[in-house]
Design a binder for this molecule. Structure first.
Ligand code: ADP
Ligand code: MG
Length: 287
C-alpha cells in the first residue's frame, strides 16, 4: 500500500504561546513494498510525521493519501486506516496492559470482530514472527518478562492486526545489543516474508544502512534529503551539518582511502568493507 503526503504542515498548540511548528510543508511518496528509513536529529519531526500516517494526528494543513484514500477528508474510516497502517510507538511496552501476553496480543484482532479461531491463529503467527515461544510465554504476565520480550509482545500486538504498512518508531531504543539484533532480524524477516511496506525510525545509521531501500532525512520540521543509503551516506559532511553522520565503517573506509589505498569509500556495512578490503589485498598481491 502506498502513501502520498502533500504539503503537510503541523503546528502543536496553534494560537497559544506554546505554538510549535513540527512539520513544515512535507511532500513525500512512499511506495508499496518499500522499506524506508526515517532519520533526523531529536525534535526534527519524525514522530509527529508518522503519527499522521494512521490518522492519530490531524494535519494543520495538507493532505495524506493511504492506498489512494484521502485520510484527511471527513468521513474516512479511521478504524480501517489503523488496521491497514500499524504503528509501533517508541517504548511500546509502556502500553501493555492485559494480564497475559495472549490477551494483550489478541486485543486488537478481537476489536476487529474476528472469530475466536482467527484471533487465535493470528496471535500464534504474530508470536512466531517476533520470536516468542507460544507455549512458554502466552499465559504469562507481560510485566514479568524481560525488556526485549516485552517489546516483542507489543510489536506482535500490532502485527496481529495484519497491517499492510508497518511503522516502527525507534524499535531498538534502550535494548541491549543482543535484544537490538534480535528485533532488527525479525523486522527484516517480516519484510522479506510478508512483503509489507515498512517505515523504520532509527538513530542508528548502522541499522539503517543494513536494512532499508531508501532513506528520508528530516531536519527542523522539513525533509532535508532522500535517496538510497549509498546516495545519502555519501553526503557525510552534509549529514553532519544536520546533526547526523554516516555509519562508522563508512568513515573508516574513507580514512583508509585517504592514506593512499585505492579502495571504494562508499561502503555501508562491515560485510561490504570486508569484501572490499579483501579485493584490495588481492589486487595489491597481483600487482
Ligand atoms: P522527533 O521524533 O524527530 O524527535 P517530534 O515529532 O517528537 O520529533 O517533535 C517535533 C517538534 O514538535 C519538536 O520541536 C517537539 O518539541 C515538538 N513537539 C512534539 N510533541 C509535542 C507535543 N505533544 N506538544 C508540543 N510540542 C511537541
Ligand atoms: Mg521521536
Amino acid at each position: 500500500m502506498s502513501i502520498k503526503i502533500e504539503n503537510l504542515t503541523f503546528i502543536y498548540n496553534q494560537n497559544t504561546p506554546f505554538e510549535a511548528k513540527a512539520l513544515d510543508n512535507i511532500n513525500l511518496e512512499i511506495h508499496e513494498g518499500e522499506f524506508v528509513g526515517l532519520i533526523g536529529h531529536t525534535g526534527s519531526g519524525k514522530s509527529t510525521l508518522i503519527q499522521h500516517l494512521n490518522g492519530l494526528i490531524k494535519p494543520t494543513s495538507g493532505k495524506i493519501e493511504v492506498g489512494g484514500t484521502d485520510i484527511t477528508s471527513k468521513g474516512t474510516s479511521l478504524k480501517e486506516i489503523r488496521q491497514k497502517v500499524g504503528l509501533v510507538f517508541q517504548y511500546p511496552e509502556h502500553q501493555l496492559f492485559e494480564e497475559t501476553v495472549y490477551k494483550d496480543i489478541a486485543f486488537g484482532p478481537q476489536n476487529l470482530g474476528l472469530s475466536q479461531e482467527e484471533v487465535d491463529k493470528r496471535v500464534r503467527e504474530a508470536m512466531e514472527l517476533v520470536g516468542l515461544d507460544f507455549e512458554a510465554v502466552s499465559e504469562r504476565s507481560p510485566f514479568e518478562l524481560s525488556g526485549g520480550q516485552k517489546r516483542r509482545v507489543a510489536i506482535a500486538g500490532v502485527i496481529a492486526m495484519k497491517p499492510e504498512v508497518l511503522i516502527l518508531d525507534e524499535p531498538t531504543a534502550g535494548l541491549d545489543p543482543k535484544g537490538r539484533d534480535d528485533i532488527l532480524g525479525q523486522i527484516q524477516n517480516l519484510y522479506q516474508k510478508n512483503k509489507m511496506t515498512i517505515i523504520l525510525v532509527s538513530h542508528s545509521m548502522e541499522d539503517i544502512a543494513k536494512l532499508v531501500n531508501r532513506i528520508i532525512v528530516m531536519y527542523k520540521s522539513k525533509v532535508a534529503m532522500t535517496g538510497t543509503p549509498r546516495e545519502v551516506f555519501k553526503r557525510a559532511t552534509e549529514l553532519e551539518s544536520l546533526g547526523l553522520g554516516a555509519p562508522q565503517i563508512t568513515y573508516f573506509m574513507k580514512a583508509f582511502k585517504s592514506k593512499g589505498h585505492d579502495i571504494r569509500e562508499d561502503v555501508l556495512t562491515v560485510e561490504e568493507a570486508k569484501e572490499e578490503i579483501l579485493r584490495y589485498l588481492r589486487r595489491s598481491e597481483n600487482a
